[in-house]
Every structure is written in C-alpha cells, then in structure tokens.
Unconditional design. Structure first.
Length: 167
C-alpha cells in the first residue's frame, strides 16, 4: 500500500507541474530569471524529469535511462511541449517501475549510493516525493512572480489523493 501512495503522489505532482508550465501565457517566461531565484521553471522541470527517470526508472526499474544532469541545468529555451513530453516520459517510467516494485523492497538499501549514503528504498522514495513537491512549489512561485498572476492551477489538493478518489 505504501508503494501505491508514493506512486500516486509522484504522478499527482508531475501532472501539477505540467499544469504549471502550461499556465504561463508566454512560453518565453518559463525561462526568465527572477532575482534571488537560482533556477527558472524550465530548468526545474528538466531537472525533475531527469532526477526521477534516473533514480526511479533506471535505478529501481532498470529502464536504461542515462542521466545528463549537466544538461538538466544547462539547457535553455526548450519548448513547453518538449518539457511536457519529458514529464510524460517520466510518468511512464514511474508507472513501469511501480508496476513491478514490491512492498518488501522498501526496507532494502537503495541500489545506488546517494550523496555518500545508502538510504533504504522507502526512505529515499519519501525523499524523492519531498524533492518533487519542493520543486513544484518553486515553479508555482516562479510562475506567479513572472506573470503577476496569483491564481492557483489547482495542485496539491487532498481531493487528488488516491483514497479520496476511491470513495
């Protein structure tokens, strides 16, 4: 059950990220810098896609994905359609991995050392959810700062939790 919750929330956040990117009225604004914010929304979206495809898709799901972290932070002016496509590929990688991931795996060490430590799969998955939500919030803040539009795009609603959908 824990695995299902992690999977569902990751997908919810990625769908929210796509909605955030599509809410920019001018696509060029996705790449505009805001003083005091180190990354643009486009950079964050590419980073999240690479991060999850690597740690979940490749490391846990043996997808064969090869991460280019430098490109995640170095690419510019990527069209929103390409970023949405990359987030869709990330969702597909998560779906494929979670379809085969067993609950017992949550107590095993993560297959790769991360930042000099080897957390359990479960603990690292929770970390990845927090990392994803953190970056989703950054994109929301960036969009609102750049566009001056304080309107929400409807991410992070408890109504979108799996248990709420099942009732």
């Amino acid at each position: 059950m824990f695995i299902e919750h992690i999977h569902h929330i990751m997908i919810r956040e990625l769908e929210g990220m796509k909605r955030e990117l599509l809410a920019y009225r001018d696509e060029a604004d996705i790449w505009r810098s805001v003083p005091g914010l180190p990354n643009t929304a486009g950079t964050i979206a590419l980073h999240v896609a690479g991060n999850l495809q690597h740690f979940v898709g490749a490391q846990l799901g043996s997808s064969g994905y090869v991460r280019d972290r430098e490109a995640e932070f170095g690419r510019r002016d990527v069209p929103v359609s390409e970023m949405v496509e990359e987030l869709d590929k990330t969702i597909a990688a998560l779906d494929a991995t979670f379809a085969t991931l067993e609950e017992e795996a949550m107590d095993r060490p993560f297959p790769q050392e991360v930042a000099g430590v080897r957390p359990t799969v479960g603990e690292f998955m929770v970390h990845l959810v927090a990392h994803l939500a953190y970056h989703l919030g950054q994109i929301d803040y960036h969009r609102r700062s750049i566009t001056g539009d304080a309107t929400t795009v409807g991410v992070l609603s408890p109504r979108d939790l799996k248990s709420a959908a099942d009732t």
